[in-house]
Design a protein around this ligand. Structure first.
Ligand SMILES: Nc1nc2c(c(=O)[nH]1)N[C@H]1C(S)=C(S)[C@@H](COP(=O)(O)O)O[C@H]1N2
Ligand SMILES: [Mo]
Length: 251
């Protein structure tokens, strides 16, 4: 269903671009920020067309939300690397020492404790984690929209991407502002009936339900606002493209 819909949209944009002419199409794409950071050009990888189509046609769409009765009784926690010594120290302290640092293009760089984050307006959603390997599960996620935290720190208007890091030192990703400010993009601290369990990313996980599971990093430690991804890693927007997975993983 998703794949055929994606093919349809991609074909449609390609056809429209053919009519408009290559130069015009690529100028339009650049003007409207339709080139993903790991895309070479409008006529490079298929990812560019998918990203452009999604941003043009479904910028404000919502990920599917499910009724409570469809919450998976046995959610699957993906395998993760061995926790770092630093993570273990935080865990031993009941995560009272855990901080989410938010910096970059913001007026007030801030280190938030979990209790700071819990004072922000709460939002919950029942959405699906969809792994690129073909499995998925539905859960309720409780937290505060990333938009609230960005508002708290005064994110500057030039910001184009929000970069985020997990406790694994090599793991980082980013999303554009359409996803960062999207009402379903959540900093989750709760899952189903309780605190977010460590195996599901506790104490803090980003949920980006409009994209595949690998964009929803667990054990979030650091967020930075930027107008360019060039200086991060190999400049492709996340670690994923360095391993052959696309930066934009819309579903
Ligand atoms: N920190 C961290 N976050 C991560 C991962 C990881 O290995 N480490 N795996 C990702 C992948 S590939 C998927 S599909 C989802 C799986 O979420 P789950 O563990 O809740 O099933 O988490 C994502 N977030
Ligand atoms: Mo995954």
């Amino acid at each position: 269903m998703n794949i055929s819909r994606r093919r349809l949209i991609t074909t449609g944009v390609a056809a429209a671009a053919g009519v408009a002419g290559l130069a015009a199409a690529s100028r339009i794409a650049r003007q409207h920020s339709l080139i993903p950071p790991d895309g070479c050009s409008l006529y490079g990888p298929g990812e560019t067309l998918t990203y452009a189509a999604q941003r043009l046609l479904t910028r404000h769409s919502l990920a599917r939300e499910f009724p409570r009765s469809m919450i998976s009784s046995v959610p699957f926690a993906n395998e993760i690397a061995k926790p770092t010594e630093e993570f273990k120290r935080h865990q031993a302290a009941g995560f009272s020492t855990w901080r989410l640092t938010v910096d970059g293009m913001v007026a007030h760089p801030t280190a938030f404790s979990l209790s700071d984050l819990k004072t922000l307006p709460t939002h919950s959603q029942i959405t699906e984690v969809v792994c690129e390997e073909g499995w998925s599960y539905v859960a309720e996620w409780i937290g505060t929209p990333l938009a609230n935290v960005l508002h708290e720190v005064g994110v500057l208007p030039q910001t184009r991407y929000i970069v985020y890091y997990a406790s694994e030192p090599y793991l980082w990703g980013s999303i554009d502002m359409a996803d960062a400010l999207h009402p379903q993009t959540l900093l989750a601290m709760g899952m189903n009936d309780g605190d977010l369990p460590v195996k599901f990313g506790g104490p803090l996980r980003i949920r980006v339900p409009r994209q595949l599971g690998y964009k929803s990093l667990k054990f979030l430690t650091h967020i930075t606002a930027t107008d360019t991804l060039k200086r991060f890693g190999k400049g492709l927007g996340s670690v994923d493209p360095e391993y052959g997975y696309s930066w934009y993983a819309g579903i």
